[in-house]
Design a protein around this ligand. Structure first.
Ligand SMILES: Cc1cc2nc3c(=O)[nH]c(=O)nc-3n(C[C@H](O)[C@H](O)[C@H](O)COP(=O)(O)O)c2cc1C
Length: 360
């Protein structure tokens, strides 16, 4: 039977009902790291709309791991309790839900985007940011380099965040290792100038991500999928920039460390070359990583039509179609896609009069 956009996908013990994934999107709506009614509606409506997997916005494992004081978190029990009803609602719609765990590293401590997203000093309510090295990532301030013991504590924060995610009822965990945030600050030599076991050669620069993946695997159920979002390329012509070849090497090692899916995004430390951003522009990264390693991949970036999404799956370029802005424009994209493509959709019983061709 042909594999298509609405074919299920098995990830360890988890069955996704289709290949459509809600991409993580920061909402900057969580004072004290707490999710609330906004997130119930924001995530819940995409579950009602029929995606197979909802991935939450980047969720910090410590207060210093946030990008802004308004990011969500999983560093305390109040946050676990706040996530629980949202997780349950999404699951009740037949979708699965993953939390994207993250640390912003040297990109932390910024004002709310509506207030200009500028660096916030500790005196202005921000915090001291830490990264692989004292390399400025925002041209406004320079982070401090993490010490060895601080790196070990960070890995512990991720493991504790993963345990809280399990307690909150999440089905899966995604590590955000792209977009110039902490893990990317380590694996890309553009930001990593360390001379210890976490800097220098490739094996050292990927060490933090691998040790974190291993620490998470050790505390979550064996049947729970672990996903990683990478920046597959650095968009930089500098000689020591991160390349697709590096991503293929990294994906192969991640697979050996119990990672089930790699989503291939890009950039975050430097801007993409002019005119390089267009429909499906990041798909070749997912395709290459999948072809060369056999790991399951998610394709993301300017995928906006049902036909594009379906073709990615039927041709085997990727295993999951990860949608961000198109789902903001249309939370019911999956239901619409099922109609347009004449494939079985997943309209909830309450909405079936609007989607008569679909079946639950
Ligand atoms: C409002 C907004 C917030 C985002 N926040 C995150 C995030 O928290 N984590 C992440 O990995 N990517 C984040 N992204 C990137 C998206 O997940 C996605 O990779 C990107 O928008 C390209 O996909 P698209 O063309 O379908 O929008 C964000 C994008 C948007 C538009």
């Amino acid at each position: 039977m042909e594999t298509h956009l609405f074919s299920p996908l098995q990830l360890r013990d988890l069955t996704l009902k289709n290949r459509l994934v809600m991409s993580p999107m920061q909402q900057y709506s969580s004072p004290d790291g707490l999710v609330g009614p906004w997130h119930l509606v924001h995530l819940g409506s995409r579950a009602v709309g029929g995606v197979g997997l909802v991935i939450t916005e980047a969720t910090a494992v410590s207060p210093e791991g946030r990008n802004t004081p308004f990011d969500t978190g999983l560093w305390n029990e109040a946050q676990v309790a706040a996530w629980r009803p949202i997780v349950e609602f999404v699951q009740a719609q037949g979708a699965k839900v993953a939390v994207q765990l993250w640390h912003a590293g040297g990109k932390g401590s910024h004002a709310h985007p509506a207030a200009g997203f500028h660096y916030l000093s500790p005196a202005e309510g921000g915090w001291v940011t830490k990264s692989a090295s004292a390399v400025s990532l925002d041209q406004q301030h320079t982070p401090e380099a993490l010490t060895g013991p601080e790196i070990q504590a960070l890995i512990g924060d991720f493991a504790a965040g993963a345990q809280r995610a399990v307690a909150a009822g999440f089905d899966a965990i995604e590590l955000h290792a792209g977009h110039g945030y902490l893990f990317h600050q380590f694996y890309s030599a553009l930001a990593n100038q360390r001379t210890d076991a976490y800097g220098g050669v490739f094996e050292n620069r990927i060490r933090l991500l691998l040790e974190t993946a291993r620490a998470i695997r050790a505390v979550i159920p064996a049947g729970m999928p672990l996903l990683v979002r990478l920046s597959a390329v650095d968009f930089s012509s500098e000689e020591h920039a991160w390349t697709l070849t590096d991503s293929v090497r990294l994906a192969a090692v991640l697979q050996q460390h119990g990672v089930d899916v790699v989503t291939a995004s890009a950039g975050g430390l430097s801007a993409p070359p002019k005119d390089s951003v267009g429909p499906l522009y990041q798909v070749p990264y997912a395709e290459k990583i999948k072809a060369d390693t056999g790991i399951l991949t998610g394709a993301v970036g300017l995928i906006t039509t049902p036909e594009q999404a379906n073709a990615l799956i039927t041709t085997g370029q990727a295993d999951l179609v990860v949608l961000a802005r198109e789902l903001l424009r249309d939370p019911y994209f999956p239901l619409r896609a099922a109609q347009v493509l004449h494939l079985p959709g997943t309209a909830p019983v309450q909405y079936q009069r609007a989607f008569p061709a679909s079946r639950h």
